[in-house]
Design a protein around this ligand. Structure first.
Ligand code: 5GP
Ligand code: ZN
Length: 136
């Protein structure tokens, strides 16, 4: 897509600190890292978000998360790693080219924690599970 910043990175119009590439996937360092080594894994074809990704890319993405994730941990000395994907603006997606964040973590770094809540009852929880299931 001509006005997509990540497509421009793939085409070499914008430079990046490349970590890994193959025909289907590119991984490069995030320009504004949550921690040093924070890497973005993206498909080389433009898809807006998870829901546009073809299923046959799934195994290749998992392979890249594992390969690049292990490399990041080894290179940075991280003891953990988050694999995060934001989909749509409401979930914090800024760049509309599907991508995964690989964020190296060190025990006790307290970089981010998602606030968790609770259901009013088990009944409410089960009804919502059933509703989601009917939407599949
Ligand atoms: P999102 O919020 O869409 O999930 O994440 C987009 C990410 O892309 C952000 O973490 C941001 O720092 C990164 N980013 C945006 N523009 C560039 C760029 O030109 N180069 C690199 N390497 N990262 C970028
Ligand atoms: Zn794109």
């Amino acid at each position: 897509m001509s006005d997509c910043i990540f497509c421009k990175i793939i085409d070499g119009e914008i430079p990046c600190a490349k970590v890994y590439e193959d025909e289907d996937i590119l991984a490069f360092l995030d320009i504004a890292p949550i921690s040093k080594g924070h890497t973005l894994v993206i498909p080389t074809k433009h898809y807006n978000n998870l829901f546009e990704i073809p299923e046959e890319l799934g195994a290749k993405l998992i392979f890249a998360f594992k390969k690049v994730g292990q490399g990041i941990m080894k290179a940075t000395g991280a003891t953990g790693i988050n694999v995060v994907m934001n989909n749509f603006a409401s979930a914090g997606q800024v760049v509309p080219h599907a991508h995964w964040h690989l964020i190296p973590r060190i025990e006790g770094d307290n970089l981010f924690k998602i606030t968790q809540g609770k259901y009013d009852s088990n009944d409410e929880m089960q009804k919502l599970a059933d509703k989601i299931n009917k939407c599949l």
